[in-house]
Ligand binder design. Structure first.
Ligand code: ARG
Length: 563
């Protein structure tokens, strides 16, 4: 019995009342179904009577009463009641029993769906020759969670890592590398590359000709000059090695790595021509720009005809449309690129490339550091790998030290540390700035990754200790409040996943998981599960374990074997 089912029942009742002329004719509005705050008000509640008061010319309690008496109870809905204008629905024991059985049968598929749709998810996208930043970490973690969620709902998902590996900055870098280093380019580290790039800007302040030189180098690169290409390739290789280490630590593998450089040459020139032909672009001081009444101009080609980030993004959309025919494009990119993406989406629509497909910018906020808690290796830039390593090191300190072998401890610490970082990011709405506080991230009793991991491990160990092989007949009558809390939470998981997908908000899954884990731990402390062994409680233990596992899987958080 889902929200949609309830909405249908209500809609049907309203239509009947219209046929019988109790209600006048009107288009039935969308029926909002909620879970009441108080359990005594049932499992679902509908407020449509308030919406109809004007049209029906009756007061809400009367309307609610008329609708509720029209809906018959069934095997799954045991009671329908009108209370102060609300229509409350009470689900039956049989419903809960069936749902619990479904969880135990479907296991890791519980909550999943089928779909014929395709989504391209643009996420991670770090920049070559720069360290993997904390913003890219957010994009990687949230983007991967969205990927997992849509895939779980049956979508064909394509993850595309749009590496920042092209652009005028590479002209600067190549110029500086040639000027400052001997030929051994592949040996340059990412830190050295970053330093060279910063130096270029410092030196160019007193030497403006350098800018011109850099432009020439980028032109050379765009024309396929051998030496420029070789230097560029060395930068790409070095960076990718570094990025791969981070992806490995995070346990993330993105389907495609098609950087900006992938979209060079002719396809881009065709787009430039199409923009001109459709009168979408115009010339401004030698550059090609898109004018849009409601937005600032977007640059397509620079005055020296060099391509831009914007043009490469246009080419990327064209490629994705042709290659995958997606229904949905998700861009998990920082909020600082909101304007860029607005301009991009607007241009694509004006070009007529997109009909019913949706383009969505899931914009993440900044990461702020709790004052003084994290020292960087040098200066301002925070190196992500250091953060991840520190998370693992700190996790090692909080796990029980005595019981585990050194190897086991290392493994657990990695799972816990990385899981903690991911959960910290995912548990808040993506648009919010997040504060990085080690104590909170690694807290064992708060809203944290380790807390959820620990709860699953606890369920698993209870199940292991139980001697019962099969749960057999389970009864769900006369449950105490702790048991009932669990029963009345787990069944909401499929709905939560759907809402998280609709709103591009993995944090809703975190909220749900945290709530369930708290209810479970309360139950665990209050109700002996094993002495004497109790089938109903073991069943509750099993469904919590399963549903929490499903949550964590969607969030991309692994579960340690022990903790
Ligand atoms: N590399 C870019 C950056 O770090 C992000 C790319 C986002 N994706 C896109 N299709 N523009 O700022």
């Amino acid at each position: 019995m889902t929200k949609e089912n309830i909405a249908k029942l209500v809609k049907k009742a309203i239509k009947e009342l219209q046929q019988e002329k109790v209600f006048p004719e009107f288009a039935v509005p969308e029926i909002l179904v909620e879970h009441p705050e108080k359990q005594s008000n049932g499992d679902y509640s509908v407020n449509v009577a308030f919406k109809l008061a004007k049209t029906v010319k009756k007061n809400p309690p009367e309307i609610a009463e008329a609708i509720s008496t029209r809906i018959k109870t069934s095997k799954t809905v045991k009671k329908i009641e009108a209370v102060s204008g609300f229509i409350n629905f009470y689900l039956s024991e049989l419903f809960f029993q069936q749902e619990l059985n479904l969880i135990l049968q479907q296991k890791d598929k519980y909550g999943s769906q089928q779909s014929k749709k395709t989504a391209v998810i643009d996420y991670s996208a770090p920049n070559i020759a720069k360290p993997f930043g904390i913003g890219h970490l957010r994009s990687t973690i949230i983007g991967q969670a969205l990927y997992n969620i849509y895939q779980f709902l049956g979508w064909k998902c394509i993850g595309d890592n749009h590496l920042g590996d092209w652009g005028t900055q590479f002209g600067k870098l190549i110029y500086q590398i040639k000027k400052k280093t001997k030929k051994d380019w592949p040996k340059l580290t990412i830190d050295e590359l970053e330093k060279l790039y910063v130096e270029f800007h410092q030196e160019a302040e007193n030497c403006p000709e350098m800018e011109e030189e850099a432009r020439n180098y980028f032109k050379k690169l765009e024309r396929g000059d051998k030496e420029a290409k070789a230097i560029w390739q060395a930068c790409v290789d070095t960076s990718l090695k570094e990025f791969d280490r981070i992806y490995k630590l995070l346990g993330i593998k993105i389907d495609y790595v098609l950087g900006e450089s992938f979209y060079g040459g002719e396809p881009m020139q065709k787009i430039v021509a199409e923009l001109a032909k459709k009168k979408i672009s115009s010339q401004s001081q030698g550059a090609t720009v898109i004018m849009d009444n409601s937005l600032p101009p977007a640059m397509v080609l620079k005055s020296d005809k060099a391509t831009t980030y914007f043009l490469r993004d246009l080419a990327t959309i064209k490629y994705r449309l042709k290659t995958w025919q997606p229904d949905l494009f998700i861009y998990e990119v920082g909020v600082d690129q909101s304007l860029h993406l607005k301009q991009l989406f607007s241009a694509v629509k004006r070009l007529g490339w997109i009909k019913k497909q949706e383009l969505i910018h899931v914009a993440h906020g900044l990461v702020r550091w709790e004052h003084g808690k994290f020292s960087t290796r040098k200066g301002q830039t925070i190196h992500l790998e250091d953060v991840l390593q520190e998370a693992v090191a700190r996790a090692e300190k909080i796990i029980k030290t005595a019981e585990f072998s050194e190897k086991e401890k290392k493994e657990i610490a990695k799972t816990v540390g990385i899981g903690a970082i991911k959960y910290n990011d995912l548990s808040q709405h993506h648009s919010r700035d997040i504060v990085f506080s080690w104590d909170k991230i690694l807290s064992m009793d708060g809203n944290s990754g380790p807390y959820l991991q620990y709860t699953v491990v606890r369920c698993q160990s209870v199940a292991k200790k139980a001697k019962i092989k099969s749960l057999g007949e389970i009864s769900f009558v006369d449950l105490n409040e702790f048991e009932e809390n669990i029963l009345k939470t787990v069944y909401k998981f499929p709905e939560v996943v759907q809402t998280a997908a609709d709103n591009f908000s993995p944090n809703l899954i975190c909220n749900f998981a945290y709530d369930l884990a708290q209810k479970y731990n309360l139950f665990y402390n209050q109700c002996p599960i094993l002495s004497p062994e109790n089938n109903t409680r073991l069943a509750l233990n099993a469904v919590v374990e399963q549903v929490l596992k499903n949550c964590l899987k969607l969030l991309g958080i692994s579960i340690p074997k022990r903790m």
